[in-house]
Design a protein around this ligand. Structure first.
Ligand SMILES: [Zn+2]
Length: 115
C-alpha cells in the first residue's frame, strides 16, 4: 500500500483490464495516467501529429485509443470508476491534487450529479 494525498492506493494491478496506474480498492476506483502523445490527449499541444509516416502513426494511435476505451468500459462493467489523468495535468501538483480528491470523494454507486 502506498499513500498519495491521504488516500491509500495500490500500484499497477495487472489483473485489471488495461493495468491501471493507480488502484484504490476500498473506493473501487482506478486511475490511468496517460501520456498525451501516445494516448492522444484531444486538443493538447503534446498530442501533435508526426510529419512523416503519418498513416503508420495514425493507425498506431488509433489502436492505443481503442485499447484505452475498451479497458475503461471493461472496468466500468466490473463496477470500477475510472479517471484518466493526462501527463500534462500532472505538471501542476495543486490541480492534480484537487482532481484526485474530487474523484475519490465522490462515492461509488451514488446517484449524485454534477462534476
Ligand atoms: Zn495533454
Amino acid at each position: 500500500m502506498t499513500h498519495a494525498f491521504g488516500f491509500r492506493f495500490r500500484l499497477l494491478r495487472r489483473d485489471l483490464p488495461g493495468s491501471p496506474d493507480l488502484v484504490f480498492p476500498s473506493h473501487r476506483k482506478v486511475i490511468f495516467v496517460h501520456g498525451c502523445y501516445w494516448h492522444r490527449h484531444e486538443g493538447c499541444r503534446y498530442a501533435y501529429s508526426p510529419k512523416s509516416n503519418t498513416t503508420f502513426w495514425q493507425s498506431k494511435f488509433e489502436a492505443n485509443v481503442a485499447r484505452d476505451r475498451r479497458a475503461a468500459s471493461m472496468l466500468e462493467t466490473l463496477g470500477w470508476k475510472v479517471l484518466v489523468i493526462w501527463e500534462c495535468e500532472t505538471q501542476n501538483e495543486e490541480t492534480l491534487r484537487l482532481r484526485l480528491i474530487e474523484f475519490l470523494k465522490s462515492s461509488a454507486g451514488s446517484d449524485q450529479h454534477g462534476g
